[in-house]
Design a protein around this ligand. Structure first.
Ligand code: NAI
Length: 511
């Protein structure tokens, strides 16, 4: 393992915008003298003053010793020419996201800095390989991808291009760790880890909205309250900005030669065309104007609890839900699985309550010759979730739906009934997140550990997608993707080879 940059080494930061200023603050707080440059007159000085104010505010809140805040601010020196980077051991550029402009900068920089200095880029979408090409020492160019706001978000993707020296990547990894960050290694491919593997979080929700399975507020509530995601996809897109989210999706899709896995949504394009960019314009999927009230999720009215609930057979999901019902005082009898009906499911007064496996409830009803079928969604933790999504088969009677709704309500869950789509929100999202993560591992973009870590620490997912797949059981995940692919007839749902393999043998993904 390479050593971190010594504290005595100078760090250069180029670009004093949102990211550059944050990175300068982190390096200064870690004890480095930081030289900050921006080609816009006065920008570096303004950024230095702003960082000093931020550090003073942290000290006022007791999060930092006042002397440390002052010392860190004093370590940031605005400079006015690239020649001032001659002493830097590491230079991180965070200028405009433009390949030609960044390449020009790196060319100018490489003749200024010492031969052993590392040149890092905070690019979020450009190829590290392309940025380094043509330089005298391409081996010292590496991605050091911070997330916004950099002082707050822990993840740093350390991205290696084809020419990046492994020692350089290791040194930047160690440096990020020494700065209190959570670094992961990635190879240079479109979207690196997070911006690639997170696409499904948005696209599955957009697909459900496109199909009018439910409204945005209901999908968001299910993702938060059953999926345990910090925010629902639509509220998150509104916060990020629909224009930015759309641009990232489009750039990843184009960079993967229009792979349907990453295909953007017409719905999102329409939002952008309308100027409904999210919070920043006062309107996105939701209205943020004065006096606007955020819509409530669709929630089933109270129903009577069923007189009899049975757990038929075994499955992780059905057992998890049965345990929740039992904990709430419902008597859940057990009976052997009836394979002709459905694998591991519950029965509430004759209604089959089947774990989501990528089939519609109607398809399951047809397959087992039983009209009263309701599918229930995946939950992060059935013991604690406040809400659960369900969908009923077309032929399911209102009384049959009420039996399962009553059982779930009796256990303290709000129930959101969606239209009978293939794959309910949490299950289809987790399946597709894991599918993408599995491909990233197969392609050598990152290790299973680093992919999971990146998704937890970069975008706050409650669990890494691969570990989540393992908790559900890879065979169930495989079946879900297989059913989604069959239902939609789209290449988008094709199985990652690793899931196909491990799903067949019962092996794990996160190992
Ligand atoms: P920004 O627009 O806030 O700041 C860019 C700064 O670079 C500006 O102050 C500009 O004057 C300066 N600049 C432009 N060309 C320059 C040059 N040739 N030499 C010196 N300074 C120059 O942009 P932001 O958001 O800070 O992004 C910077 C980089 O970080 C981009 O590569 C972006 O893709 C990446 N990034 C951005 C994230 C975000 O959420 N904003 C997250 C992660 C990475």
């Amino acid at each position: 393992m390479a050593d971190a940059l010594p504290r005595t080494a100078d760090v250069g930061v180029i670009g004093a915008g949102a990211m550059g200023a944050g990175i300068a603050q982190i390096a200064a707080q870690a004890g480095h003298r930081v030289r900050l440059f921006d080609n816009r007159m006065g920008a570096a000085d303004q950024a230095q003053a702003k960082i000093a104010t931020t550090l003073a505010a942290l000290a006022a809140k007791g999060k930092l010793a006042p002397a440390d805040a002052e010392a860190a601010a004093a370590r940031i020196v605005p400079v006015h020419a690239l020649g001032d980077f001659v002493s830097a051991g590491l230079v991180i550029e965070a200028i405009v996201e433009d390949l030609d402009v960044k390449r020009r900068l790196l060319r100018e920089l490489e003749v200024v800095v010492a031969p052993g200095a590392i040149l890092a880029t905070n690019t979020s979408s450009l190829s590290i390989t392309a940025l380094a090409a043509g330089l005298k020492r391409p081996g010292r160019v590496v991605g050091m991808h911070f997330f916004n706001p950099a002082p707050v978000l822990p993840l740093v993707e350390v991205v290696s291009g084809i020419a990046t020296d492994a020692q350089v990547a290791a040194a930047v990894h160690a440096t990020a760790a020494a700065w209190g960050k959570v670094p992961v290694h990635a190879t240079s491919t479109p979207g690196f880890i997070v911006n690639r593997c997170a696409r499904a979080f948005y696209s599955e929700a957009l697909g459900l909205l496109w199909e009018r399975a439910a409204d945005a507020a209901t999908i968001d509530a299910v993702m938060r309250e059953a999926g345990a995601f910090r925010m629902g996809p639509f509220e998150l897109m509104d916060m990020i900005g629909n224009d930015i989210n759309f641009a990232v999706t489009k750039s990843v899709w184009e960079a993967y030669f229009h792979d349907p896995r990453f295909r953007p949504s017409v719905l999102q394009q329409e939002r952008v065309a309308a100027g409904h960019l999210g919070r920043k314009t006062g309107r996105g999927y939701y209205d943020y104007g004065e006096g606007a009230v955020l819509p409530s999720p669709r929630t089933e009215p109270p129903a009577a609890r069923p007189s009899r609930v049975t757990l038929a057979g075994a499955s992780v999901l059905a057992e998890g839900l049965a345990a929740r019902l039992r904990a709430a005082g419902l008597h859940v009898a057990t009976s052997p699985a009836d394979a002709a009906l459905a694998p591991g499911h519950l029965v509430a007064d004759g209604t089959l309550l089947v774990p989501c496996d990528g089939r519609t409830a109607t398809a399951i009803a047809a397959a087992c010759g039983h009209p009263d079928v309701v599918v229930f969604d995946l939950a992060f933790d059935y013991a604690k979730c406040a809400r659960l999504a369900v969908a009923a088969a077309d032929g399911c009677s209102p009384a049959a739906v009420a039996a399962v709704v009553g059982a779930l309500q009796a256990a303290g869950m709000a129930v959101s009934r969606l239209d009978d789509v293939a794959g309910l929100p949490v299950m289809r999202t987790v399946a597709m997140l894991a599918n993408e993560a599995a491909d990233a591992v197969t392609q050598g973009i990152a290790s299973a550990r680093d992919v999971d870590l990146a998704m937890m620490r970069g975008v706050n997912y409650p669990r890494g997608p691969l570990a989540w797949a393992d908790a559900i059981g890879v065979p169930h995940l495989r079946a879900t993707l297989h059913h989604l692919a069959a239902h939609y007839g789209e290449d988008r749902y094709r199985l990652a080879p690793l899931i196909a393999r491990r799903g067949a043998t019962g092996g794990k993904l996160g190992e």
